[in-house]
Design a protein around this ligand. Structure first.
Ligand code: URA
Length: 242
């Protein structure tokens, strides 16, 4: 029988990404056949009983891949201890443990992917894959050529230098500019912090694209399953569809 690494198995069960599974193992929360796992490289078969925080986990057979236009005022998480609405609460009629792929701030609108497939999430969020994300922002004032150059070269933020990225002015609202920003990292509040750094703070922020997958005409709060074309746009034709 084929043996697989424990963290891969946990991701296949839709609990979280492989990286997060390693954290769970380090924290001593994972048990195999009743014994706490102490080593990182452990391999198991599907005959083994795996428990996390005392609950048995099993591979989810059917995989779901969803895109949503996240409204502002909704958290991109699975649950919230303060009772705020989460993106998965907006999805009715899908019987699976869904989780969002990456994060959008509470006050950011736009394209977010939701799945129960840990491998899918890992492919899109692992920093080594450098998936481009596109945002449209209304900012205070109008960025100039120097600002655009700073984005092209990468900006120094408090958590280090960003990778080179793209800033383009695409419109105006009174004295303010509408800009398009493209980044290929996923640091916390990165777009807001970068625009703040060049003295053009964000007034409104929306994610419009992940790789070549566009938000399209989904209204805030609306969602749909990904199609074959969408997987192509994400460069992920090897993934199974719902
Ligand atoms: N960058 C931000 O500042 N906020 C988001 O929600 C996403 C990217």
């Amino acid at each position: 029988m084929e043996k697989i690494r424990l963290q891969k198995y946990i991701a296949m069960c839709g609990v979280c990404s492989r990286r997060d599974a390693e954290e769970l193992i380090k924290q001593g929360r994972v048990y195999v056949n009743g014994k706490k796992v102490e080593e990182m490289g452990l391999k198991i078969t599907c005959e083994d009983k795996v428990e996390i925080d005392g609950r048995e986990i099993n591979p989810e057979k059917k995989k779901y891949y969803i895109m949503m236009n996240k409204p502002t005022g909704v958290l991109s998480s699975v649950s919230d201890d303060r009772g705020r609405k989460c993106v998965v609460d907006l999805i009715k009629g899908v019987d699976a443990r869904l989780f969002p792929v990456g994060r959008l701030d509470y006050d950011t609108q736009g394209l977010i992917l939701i799945t129960n497939d840990g491998a899918f999430m890992q492919k899109l969020t692992h920093p080594s894959h450098e998936v481009w994300k596109t945002y449209e922002a209304l900012v205070k004032g109008v960025p100039d050529k120097d600002d655009i150059k700073q984005f092209e070269q990468g900006l120094m933020l408090e958590d280090g230098m960003t990778l080179p990225c793209v800033l383009e002015v695409i419109g105006y609202e009174g004295k303010n500019a509408v800009v398009e920003v493209m980044i290929r990292e996923g640091r916390n509040r990165q777009v807001r912090r970068m625009l703040e750094k060049i003295n053009h703070p964000v007034i409104r922020l929306k994610r419009t694209k992940i790789a070549s997958l566009e938000l399209g005409d989904l209204k805030p709060g609306q969602w749909r399953f990904l199609t074959g074309e969408d997987f192509k746009a994400l460069d992920m034709t090897d993934m199974e569809q719902a």
